[in-house]
Every structure is written in structure tokens, then in C-alpha cells.
Write a protein that binds this ligand. Structure first.
Ligand SMILES: Cc1cc2nc3c(=O)[nH]c(=O)nc-3n(C[C@H](O)[C@H](O)[C@H](O)COP(=O)(O)OP(=O)(O)OC[C@H]3O[C@@H](n4cnc5c(N)ncnc54)[C@H](O)[C@@H]3O)c2cc1C
Length: 411
């Protein structure tokens, strides 16, 4: 490939998602000539979908322990562009923050506002954005990296790779650059969907699909308790979903990948244990009238739709008269309500995931600059790195922080 007559950019950034746009604004702010390539027809498509369209762009409780990946590496990056820096950066661009229990949203509660101010800043910083331009291959000559794209070749002294992984591929991150990135010599940790639901063995909640309820979840891997999480569980025809499931998804999906046994215990009454619930049920039985059924006994404790399913799981017909229920039966009901066990078979597909775990090994990049240790002049930002956060603004903060560090260091 020849570079004759073609401009050589200081930096070419692949991917105009959250991290790529931040990297472009930062590098251009340092006087670098920046070309930002995006394969979709518009930048930031995924950003528009974040936080149910409201964009939870950061979180006040920003610590390495909220991420999966090397904690020293993560903290080092977060220290360079912190939660406070993020709020100040967007405040400067016009995003007035709205905080709810530490979760930050734009005051407009519209992700479109966040995208709009970023696009405006790209223009103000004179970043050249080319949409509908898919990177296919990267080559190198003695002057530059040559990006072979669907719209021709572009030449850059440095590259920032910000293509994301495979989560929600319809929004852009579809792996189309992986071949080129691997050809440069980068090694990927297995890419697996996270922050999404799981298929459960036997589809135990098919009949109560759609029910949402507060629950305490205990994840166990090969029989050992791994993590606990409380929040609004969603029961679905295929299994389990909802925020507490998302928060447990990264360790669960990695364990499933390693062929370990992954189980989830559900306490539908997180404020009680099995013993306390048995006593509550005994009290209810004593107060019951002759015709009262087991189904009526549980009224008001959990979602009405769950009652029948839980009684059947406990081996009790819902129309059994309450007075016929022995202490043993009540203990069985209490056990089901507080210790229902499901086996997680597999994670849902990447199209339903908010992020993916895995990606380029963090040991292959310089933690001070995010420059690749394999390819000098190539920098890695965002989800493409082997770091993923829990739900709550952590993944976008990771995109902003890594975009900033790469943009500050490049060249
Ligand atoms: C539905 C949903 C809701 C979410 N909500 C939140 C939230 O509220 N808070 C939060 O913190 N996180 C949220 N996330 C996660 C967050 O959006 C991502 O972690 C973040 O966007 C990752 O940024 P990125 O720049 O690394 O990658 P991406 O945003 O995926 O951007 C990568 C870009 O690269 C482009 N690209 C890929 N390959 C090529 C190629 N070959 N050539 C050119 N361009 C290419 C893609 O088209 C894409 O635009 C959510 C995710 C989803 C899917």
C-alpha cells in the first residue's frame, strides 16, 4: 500500500463509541490531528441505549472492587480520570448532573444529551469523523499504520483501538475489527456476555414469567458460596434476569466457561431466614379459619403468582386446607421461599448483554499510557480491554477514563 499524496494523521481512532469519542476529544485537545472512524452510520449508538435511554454515566462509589479485572491496573486508570473528573468534564460540556443514590444521570435524563455534547465537542476540537467506515485490516510501513477500511486507506502515526467487544452487536460492537487487532499480535481473554440473564435448568419460572420481586441471591460455584446480591429479580420463561443477576453475571459466566457447576439460591423474602419464616407460617396457621387454603396462607408474603409455584415445589397442593399442614409442611414451604435453588445452564446471548467480559489482556498494555506493549504506537481503550464493571455507571466511567488516558498519552 502506498501513502503517496495521503495525509498522515497524528492519531486514527477506530470506533466512535464512548471511549473512542473521549479519546478523540482528549487527543485533539492536545493539538493532535485526529481521524475518528466509525462503521455505523452515526457515532455513539450504544450510548443512546444506556441506562434505559437515560445514560447512567458514572457513579460516586467508584472503586476498583466494582470491576472485574486486575484491581491495581483498574485503580491506576480510575485515578487518572476519576468520577469527579468525569462529572466536571460533562458539566463543562453542559451536562448538569442528576444524582440518585450515587448513580449519575444527565439532568435531562436523556442519553441523547450526552451524545449531543460529545458530538459538539468533536466538532469544536476539529476531529474528523468518518461514519460508515469499517476497519478491515491494519498494516504498517516505516512511516505509519495503514488502516484499510471499507472506504479506502487511512494513514496514522498512532492508532487508538476503541471498538468494544460483542455486547449488543446491533449497536456497532460486532467484532469486525478483531481479525485486524489479532494480526497485530494482541491476545484476547475469552469474550463472554455479562450484565445479562441466564438460562436455568428445567425453566422453573416459565409459569411465572414476568414476575419481578425483591430477592436475595446467593451464587455458588462448585458448591462454594461466591457472592451475594440483593435487588429486584426478574423471573422469565428462560430463567433469571434483573439487576442482582447482572451483578453476579461476570463471575458466573466465567465459571460456566470453565465448566464449573454454577447454582443460584433465591430467597424471595430477604428480610427473613427459613426459621423465622416457619414461625411466621405457624402463627398464620393458628389464626386461620377452617376453609382456608395453603394458597391463602401465603397471601401478602410474596407475589401472588409465585405462591402456587412455590407450594408445588414444596410438594403441597395449593388447595390443601391450612389446618391440615403439619409443621414439617410449613418448614418445607419456608425452605422453598427462602432457599429455592436453580442451576444456571448458560448465559444469554451477547445481543441481550450490556457488556462482555474478556478482551485484550491488560498485561499486554502499559498501565500508564494504555499503549500496547506488543505494537508501539497502538493504544487500547474501553471495553476492548479485559476489564468489565458491575451495573451502575461503571462501564461508561471505564470508557471515559481509558479514553482520556489513551488520548492524553498518544503520540
Ligand atoms: C443496553 C445497554 C445499556 C447500558 N447501560 C449502561 C449504563 O447505563 N451505564 C454504564 O456505565 N454502562 C452501560 N452500558 C455499557 C456501556 O454502554 C459500554 O460499556 C460502553 O459503551 C463501552 O464503550 P466502548 O467505547 O468501549 O465501546 P462501544 O460503545 O461498544 O463502541 C465501540 C464502537 O466501535 C465501533 N466499531 C467496532 N468495530 C469497528 C470497525 N471494524 N470499524 C469501525 N468502527 C468499529 C462500533 O460500531 C461502536 O460504535 C450499557 C450497554 C448496553 C448495551
Amino acid at each position: 500500500m502506498s501513502r503517496k499524496g495521503k495525509k498522515i494523521w497524528d492519531v486514527i481512532i477506530i470506533g466512535a463509541g464512548a471511549s473512542g469519542m473521549m479519546a478523540a476529544i482528549t487527543a485533539a485537545g492536545r493539538g493532535k490531528s485526529v481521524l475518528l472512524l466509525e462503521q455505523m452510520d452515526k457515532p455513539g449508538k450504544k450510548l443512546l441505549a444506556t441506562g434505559n435511554g437515560k445514560c447512567n454515566y458514572t457513579n460516586a462509589h467508584m472503586q476498583a472492587e466494582c470491576f472485574h479485572g486486575d484491581p491495581v491496573f483498574v485503580q491506576h486508570i480510575l485515578d487518572r480520570f476519576s468520577h469527579q473528573d468525569c462529572v466536571a468534564f460533562f458539566r463543562e460540556l453542559g451536562i448538569y448532573p442528576k444524582e440518585k443514590n450515587g448513580y449519575f444521570y444527565p439532568n435531562s435524563e436523556q442519553a441523547a444529551s450526552v451524545l449531543q455534547v460529545l458530538e459538539r465537542e468533536l466538532i469544536r476540537r476539529k476531529v474528523t469523523l468518518l461514519t460508515g467506515t469499517c476497519l478491515k485490516q491494519i498494516e504498517q510501513d516505516s512511516y505509519s499504520y495503514i488502516c484499510d477500511t471499507s472506504a479506502g486507506c487511512y494513514y496514522g502515526k498512532n492508532l487508538i483501538l476503541a471498538t468494544g467487544l460483542l455486547a449488543a452487536p446491533k449497536l456497532g460492537s460486532n467484532g469486525s475489527a478483531f481479525g485486524a487487532i489479532k494480526e497485530l499480535g494482541h491476545r484476547f481473554m475469552p469474550i463472554l456476555p455479562a450484565l445479562c440473564g441466564f438460562y436455568c435448568d428445567g425453566m422453573p419460572f416459565k409459569k411465572v414469567s414476568g414476575v419481578r420481586c425483591e430477592a436475595l441471591l446467593t451464587l455458588s460455584i462448585d458448591g462454594q458460596v461466591a457472592e451475594k446480591e440483593r435487588g429486584e429479580l426478574q423471573l422469565t420463561d428462560y430463567g433469571v434476569s434483573g439487576i442482582p443477576v447482572f451483578q453476579l453475571s461476570s463471575p458466573a459466566v466465567r465459571a460456566l466457561y470453565e465448566k464449573k457447576a454454577v447454582r443460584m439460591q433465591i430467597n424471595f423474602l430477604p428480610q427473613m431466614d427459613s426459621k423465622a419464616l416457619s414461625e411466621e407460617l405457624q402463627g398464620r396457621r393458628e389464626r386461620s379459619y377452617e376453609e382456608e387454603t395453603a394458597e391463602q396462607l401465603l397471601c401478602g408474603l410474596v407475589n401472588q403468582k409465585l405462591i402456587g409455584v412455590c407450594l408445588v415445589s414444596a410438594g403441597i397442593k395449593p388447595d390443601t386446607k391450612t389446618i391440615m399442614l403439619s409443621d414439617k409442611c410449613l418448614r418445607a414451604i419456608a425452605k422453598v421461599l427462602t432457599q429455592t435453588e436453580v442451576t444456571l445452564l448458560r448465559v444469554r446471548e451477547a445481543e441481550y448483554a450490556q457488556v462482555c467480559t474478556g478482551g485484550i489482556r491488560t498485561t499486554d498494555v502499559n498501565p500508564d499510557t494504555l499503549e500496547s506493549l506488543i505494537c508501539p504506537g497502538v493504544y487500547i481503550a474501553g471495553e476492548l480491554l479485559d476489564v468489565d464493571g458491575i451495573c451502575g455507571g461503571y462501564n461508561l466511567q471505564w470508557a471515559w477514563s481509558t479514553g482520556y488516558v489513551a488520548g492524553q498519552s498518544v503520540g
